[in-house]
Design a protein around this ligand. Structure first.
Ligand code: NAI
Length: 336
């Protein structure tokens, strides 16, 4: 079996807890790997690196092409620019892919949810271009480029074809943001019409789309969004299937991929040993598929599916009493 080199970024808050759990689970499942552990976020500063996104961390991801990342904390209304935004831009990780699926054993109001949020990851209102025009008046620039809008649309249609999915719905607000969201739609329509006419395509204004999502999420297959909408809709969708503890993610570029859960650093539960590592483990499964380790991926997926279905080792966010350690140990026992 090939030995992989993977950059491991523990991150902040619950990040070190959930990435360590994932590391142990992937190794127990048989992954042969050299981990290159490097920091990002406040941990990087604590370890004496030059800033929250050290050059060494970036260079290692560029060299090894694949990283597993824990969440990092971003200060609110001031402080440094989000590490995630910087990382996604610097490495041109233009597609955030977030599969949202109902899980047997995780009780929610919905059954049979199986959708994927694909989010443009490099521009929109997250371009970070903000200005104080005059005291008391500030602006934030929403950037949409034909290149990035076309790139994410083509990615979504290609993904739909490869994953045998049938329908793409774009969530937008082009009735108000006629130029930026208008361009996003124009590019998506063009890719649909010229390259993928066999995939079903439709568009929904984001406010009504959110209502429809909560009414019946099973009507959605692939949801394609610009950056901000994708961020918000991902968390909304997480709540439909059990919360942030069960939704994985991948940030994909042409050359490099960084796998991380949708959730953040959860400072309210950090260090308490109660975080659900499953979203990070599931992100690890996405990483295994990316590395063409499908058999190991399936082993891990079977392990958590049977564990959840049994309902014994559920973490607190899923209504159980297990801590991070107990859940991880139960996973490892199942894999041996
Ligand atoms: P959050 O996702 O960290 O937490 C929201 C709620 O979900 C909290 O109650 C938390 O305890 C719970 N939660 C999240 N993950 C969980 C898990 N694995 N197991 C059990 N419960 C879990 O969102 P919040 O509080 O808005 O953000 C905290 C920090 O994380 C902020 O600094 C934010 O910028 C950052 N963040 C980082 C992300 C990343 O690095 N990819 C993504 C989202 C937020």
């Amino acid at each position: 079996m090939a030995k992989h080199t993977i950059v491991l970024i523990p991150g902040d808050g619950i990040g070190p807890e959930v990435t360590e759990a994932t590391r142990q689970v992937l190794e127990a499942a048989g992954l042969s790997v050299d981990w290159v552990e490097l920091p990002a976020g406040t941990r990087a500063i604590e370890q004496g690196f030059e800033n929250v996104l050290p050059q060494r961390t970036l260079a290692a991801i560029q060299a090894h092409k694949v990283a597993l990342k824990g969440p990092v904390t971003t200060p609110v209304a001031g402080g440094f620019t989000s590490v995630n935004v910087q990382l996604r831009k610097r490495l041109m990780l233009y597609a955030a892919v977030r599969p949202v699926r109902s899980l047997a054993g995780v009780k929610t109001r919905y059954e049979n949810v199986d959708l994927v949020v694909i989010r443009e990851n490099t521009e929109g209102l997250y371009s970070g271009i903000e200005n104080e025009v005059t005291p008391g008046v500030v602006t934030s620039l929403k950037v949409a480029t034909e290149t990035a809008c076309t790139r994410i649309a083509r990615y979504a249609f290609r993904y739909a074809t490869r994953q045998h999915r049938k329908r793409i719905t774009v969530f937008h607000k082009a009735n108000i943001m006629k130029m930026t969201d208008g361009l996003f739609l124009k590019c998506a329509r063009r890719i649909y019409e010229e390259e993928y006419p066999n995939i079903e395509y439709n568009e929904l204004i984001i406010d009504a789309a959110c209502m429809k999502m909560v009414q019946d999420p099973t009507q959605f297959d692939i949801v394609l969004c610009e950056n901000l909408y994708g961020d918000v809709v991902s968390d909304l969708c997480a709540a439909l299937v059990g919360g942030l503890g069960v939704v994985p993610g991948a940030n994909i570029g042409d050359d490099v991929a960084v796998f991380e859960a949708v959730h953040g650093s959860a400072p309210d539960i950090a260090g308490k040993g109660v975080a659900n590592p499953l979203a990070c483990i599931m992100s690890g499964v996405m990483m295994l598929n990316h590395l063409h380790e499908e058999a190991i991926a399936e082993k891990v997926r079977n392990a958590y599916n049977s564990l959840l279905a049994e309902g014994k080792s559920l973490t607190r966010d899923l209504g159980g009493t297990a801590g991070t350690r107990e859940f991880t140990d139960a996973m490892i026992r199942r894999l041996k």
